[in-house]
Ligand binder design. Structure first.
Ligand SMILES: NC(=O)c1ccc[n+]([C@@H]2O[C@H](COP(=O)([O-])OP(=O)(O)OC[C@H]3O[C@@H](n4cnc5c(N)ncnc54)[C@H](O)[C@@H]3O)[C@@H](O)[C@H]2O)c1
Ligand SMILES: [Zn+2]
Length: 359
């Protein structure tokens, strides 16, 4: 078992990573004072696979709210339906929400917790690798708007995060690989030795060896926890976590969420590395190394269908990463040393996209 502390001032919490969810989850919930009711928010798919693994939580009253699986549930309409259920169950300020699912459920349930009665506590139990290595750390919660991804949201830190490797065993290969894209992102921007570690452990990672996965998740959580503890509200440093995400989010939106978030991040990393390379900032050998690691994990290195550059450019302008009209990019001149730039031209974006257009 590994514990990673997230030392955010005023809302510090621990991420507990290991096997056997039940006992650890009960212990974490019992230590929270004054909880009477527990609301589990999950999706139909996760409920079918894993709901029975949740401990009984006696003597707490527990209700389970389910939403349809997938990104299409991350909307204000779903949130509104959940509020209705919280009202029916008379959920009070001291009660607790437990998010049990992937990044969609964490973002959605976290936003409900952030806003119901102006904020109640929540505990996250991530069930995807994406959520374990990234989405469950750092307190960003929210939903999508038709104009773009994650445009509505709040910062709200969980009281605890409990990660259990047995939950990840049922993840389809594509979803597992999608989580690895964020892991490669963390390693590339913050910990070059961890990038070596990925390359040396491809086989153990792919077979989901529990100790290797615990190590992988713990190192990711530690990297992200360190960044968000220094800059919880993304005034500066935290923005480096958007490496691969300016183009990644635009692609995700334009493909109408046909690809997994992590798959789009892999494509975004490749295109943004190409942009840095074309500027003479990044060595071709490093860009090739990252691309080939993503490919070894079974991640896409090209779009499933061509996307016109003008559309991608237009969507990047709607992204949250825009200040004073300029789209912010995180480029990687050197492993472990990302840089934020705001002077990328449309022509540069169009040229970089060529690296991921279908052959
Ligand atoms: N808040 C943040 O900081 C942050 C960071 C990264 C990503 N995100 C968000 O996370 C979302 C992507 O996360 P995701 O990929 O986990 O999406 P997801 O929650 O939609 O999960 C993907 C699919 O896997 C299924 N699933 C979940 N657990 C499973 C399991 N154990 N076995 C089998 N299937 C399982 C789900 O039902 C779903 O169909 C995006 O909306 C993204 O914006 C948020
Ligand atoms: Zn991401």
């Amino acid at each position: 078992m590994r514990i990673v502390e997230v030392p955010i001032i005023g809302s510090a919490y621990a991420i507990d990573i290991g096997r056997r969810l039940g006992e650890r989850l009960t212990a974490r919930i019992v230590e929270l004072p004054d909880v009477k009711q527990l609301v589990v928010i999950t999706d139909d798919h996760v409920a079918k696979l894993h709901l029975e693994r949740l401990p009984p939580f006696k003597p707490l009253r527990t209700c389970v709210l389910r939403v349809p699986p997938g990104e299409s549930s991350k909307t204000l309409a779903t949130i509104s339906g959940l509020y209705d259920k919280l009202a029916d169950a008379r959920i009070e300020r001291r009660d607790l929400i437990l998010t049990f699912g992937g990044g969609v459920i964490g973002d959605l349930g976290g936003f409900v917790a952030a806003t119901w009665l102006r904020g109640i506590r929540f505990v996250q139990v991530p069930t995807t690798l994406e959520a374990a290595v990234d989405a469950s750390v750092g307190g960003k919660t929210g939903v999508n708007h038709p104009a773009g991804k994650n445009l509505i949201g709040a910062f709200h830190q969980p009281s605890a995060v409990i990660i259990a490797t047995e939950l990840l065993e049922t993840l389809p290969q594509r979803d597992f690989a999608a989580g690895l894209a964020e892991s490669v992102k963390h390693a590339a921007i913050r910990d070059p030795a961890f990038l070596d570690w990925h390359e040396q452990n491809v086989a153990a990672i792919e077979r989901r060896d529990p100790n290797t996965i615990i190590e992988l998740i713990a190192r990711n959580c530690a990297i992200k926890a360190d960044v968000v503890a220094r800059d919880e509200h993304e005034q500066g440093l935290r923005a480096i976590l958007n490496y691969g995400h300016t183009i990644g989010h635009a692609v995700e939106h334009l493909l109408d969420y046909e690809l997994r978030h992590g798959e789009c991040v892999a494509l975004g990393i490749i295109a943004e590395n190409e942009l840095a390379r074309a500027r003479g900032l990044l060595d071709r050998s490093v860009a090739d190394r990252i691309r080939s690691l993503l490919a070894r994990f079974g991640l896409p290195t090209r779009l499933p269908r061509p996307l016109p550059a003008e559309q991608v450019i237009e969507v990047t302008r709607l992204d949250k990463k825009v200040t004073a009209g300029a789209v912010n990019f995180v480029l990687l001149p050197e492993l472990g040393r990302p840089e934020r730039v705001a002077d990328v031209s449309d022509a540069e974006i169009a040229a970089a996209l060529e690296a991921i257009q279908p052959k």
